[in-house]
Design a protein around this ligand. Structure first.
Ligand SMILES: [Zn+2]
Length: 346
């Protein structure tokens, strides 16, 4: 039997390359990307259009009629679809990195734009689905919408790696997700502006046919000292979000609302209770007790929902007349309490 894979790959690649280079929409978006005027919104459109012409090239050259037994065998899928999906990734990732580079330059951020790696899991997902069916015609749809979605995800992933990289470098990038009118309830709920690291884990994700936009803003562009700022980690934030969605209020939050309840704990029993709730209790990050574990006479701190922070400072080296708790919330500001829950002067 003739090996049809090399010929098919060449035909589809020619057609894909031709479509990319002759599409007026792609040309217009590419020019904006080259000029440095494009944002992530244009990068997402570009990804969608590139994905759409790859899907078109697949549908023009692939059908049960041209495949042996009318089936897309795994070894054909792997040698025809994989390289094209990788090329699609390379074209889009390159454009997305150019957008990020221009945005960095404009904001005066001297950080290298990061490239999203090829998502092999998604490529394998597509290959496996297409090769699982007895007749290719039953699964041809997998090379349509899912290919466009895979392409859009290259930009979403680029945004994600850059936001994380900048956040960990001490910037506070902002992500702005806007739902397309009448997209869906899931997307409406994700709509909003988020400052790293307080970012819902799903903000970079999109379901099929989702044309919502996810944009990026470098924030103030100023590097903050992440060693002195009390920032919670992205992982911690995700954990707190998950609790909130379940309607759970953390003990720390209820103490912020009802500080008198502090009296029913000792610093040690409170620490144990917070840990039992799954919160991450860490040594203090500032002052003379910096990084000294509670067990060695240090204090502790714990982040809680809505940007809250609860700290315990022992009597040793206290500037507030003995041991105290300090609780900060976005809305309520910062308050200090003695171990009985009475407010003391800052
Ligand atoms: Zn959507």
């Amino acid at each position: 039997m003739d090996d049809i894979a090399p010929g098919l790959l060449e035909e589809i690649r020619d057609s894909f390359t031709h479509k990319v280079s002759t599409s007026p929409k792609i040309a217009k978006l590419y020019k904006a990307i080259q000029d440095g005027t494009a944002t992530y919104i244009e990068a997402e459109e570009y990804a969608y259009e590139v994905g759409a012409v790859l899907a078109e090239a697949f549908s023009e050259h692939l059908s049960a009629a041209v495949l042996p037994d009318g089936k897309m065998y795994f070894n054909i899928a792997d040698r025809v679809l994989r390289p094209l999906l990788e090329e699609d990734h390379a074209i889009i990732a390159d454009a997305a990195v150019q957008v990020q580079t221009a945005l960095n330059q404009k904001a005066g951020i001297h950080l290298k734009a990061q490239t999203a790696p090829v998502n092999n899991d998604r490529i394998e997902g597509i290959i496996n689905k297409v090769s699982a069916a007895d007749s290719f015609d039953d699964v041809a749809w997998v090379l349509d919408e899912p290919v466009k979605n895979y392409s859009q995800a290259v930009v979403d992933d680029t945004l994600k790696v850059n936001v994380r990289f900048q956040g960990k470098s001490g910037l506070r990038p902002r992500i702005i997700r806007q739902a397309e009118r009448k997209c869906c309830e899931w997307c409406s709920r994700l709509e909003g502006e988020y400052d790293y690291p307080r970012v819902p884990p799903d903000v970079y994700r999109r379901h099929e046919r989702c044309r919502c936009t996810v944009d990026y803003n470098p924030g103030s562009g100023k590097i903050q000292n992440i060693h002195t700022k009390e920032w919670q980690s992205e992982e911690e934030y995700a954990k707190l979000m998950a609790r909130k969605q379940l309607g759970l209020t953390s003990l720390a939050k209820s103490l912020a609302d009802h500080p008198k309840r502090l009296a029913s704990f000792t610093p040690a029993s409170l620490k144990a209770k917070l840990e039992a709730e799954g919160l991450e209790v860490k040594p203090l990050k500032n002052g003379s007790l910096k990084n000294i574990p509670f067990a060695d006479g240090g204090g502790y701190k714990v982040n809680f929902e809505d940007g809250g922070l609860l700290q315990y400072h022992p009597a040793a080296r206290s500037h507030h007349g003995g041991a105290y708790y300090k609780i900060s919330t976005g809305k309520g500001g910062t308050h200090r309490y003695d171990l009985e829950g009475n407010e003391i002067d800052g």
